[in-house]
Design a protein around this ligand. Structure first.
Ligand code: ZN
Length: 193
């Protein structure tokens, strides 16, 4: 009986790990319309981000990972500043940079579509100082203007126009709560056996 519980718990743990190494999130504009997705994948060199969104003005736009998992329109200020666990300066071109959440600009085509792959260098979806899931998570924001890579605090990239939330796995957080139904199931099973 004890063995079966151990096996079950290991399966749950394995399940959580696989969820954390590839995650898809929805992206919304300031009116709350769904405008695309972003897929996060854990890689040896960092976290790969596949971003696919529509409805932008053609040309370059700044993209950053922000510190709070909250996208409240219309200004998305709820997402806080760029994710910066090491207290660095802003900008991929700054000698004392960059924020962990600083990414390359993306280019929207003439139809306003962005379909790109970026890498958040050295970042991880697992735990640790460079995690993109600190506390509840983080958010991904696209700005109206391109990031110049130097200007503090956010590269002069203008208004926040698209936002998506990367939240910690619900399964994982529910495992931490004592009222978890899975846990009750295990206990019931234990009693019945
Ligand atoms: Zn920054």
């Amino acid at each position: 009986m004890r063995l079966s519980i151990v096996v079950l718990l290991s399966l749950l743990a394995a399940c959580n790990t696989s969820h954390q190494t590839a995650r898809e999130i929805d992206m919304y504009n300031v009116s709350g319309d769904l405008v695309g997705t972003a897929v996060y994948t854990e890689q040896p060199e960092g976290v790969q981000l596949k971003i696919k969104v529509e409805g932008l003005s053609p040309g370059f736009h700044g993209v950053h990972i922000h510190e709070y998992a909250k996208c409240e329109g219309p200004d998305f200020k709820s997402a806080g500043n760029h994710l910066n666990p090491e207290g660095k300066e802003h900008g991929l071109m700054h000698p004392e940079g960059a924020h962990l959440g600083d990414l390359q600009n993306v280019e929207a085509d003439s139809a306003g579509l962005v379909d790109v792959e970026l890498t958040a260098a050295d970042a991880t979806l697992l735990s640790g100082k460079k995690s993109l899931l600190p506390k509840e998570g983080s958010s991904l924001i696209i700005d109206e203007d391109p990031d110049d890579g130097l200007t503090q605090p956010s590269g002069d990239s203008g208004t926040r126009i698209i936002c998506g939330v990367l939240k910690k796995d619900e399964e994982e957080s529910s495992l931490e709560t004592p009222t978890d139904p899975t846990e009750t199931d295990i206990k019931n099973k234990e009693e019945s056996e």
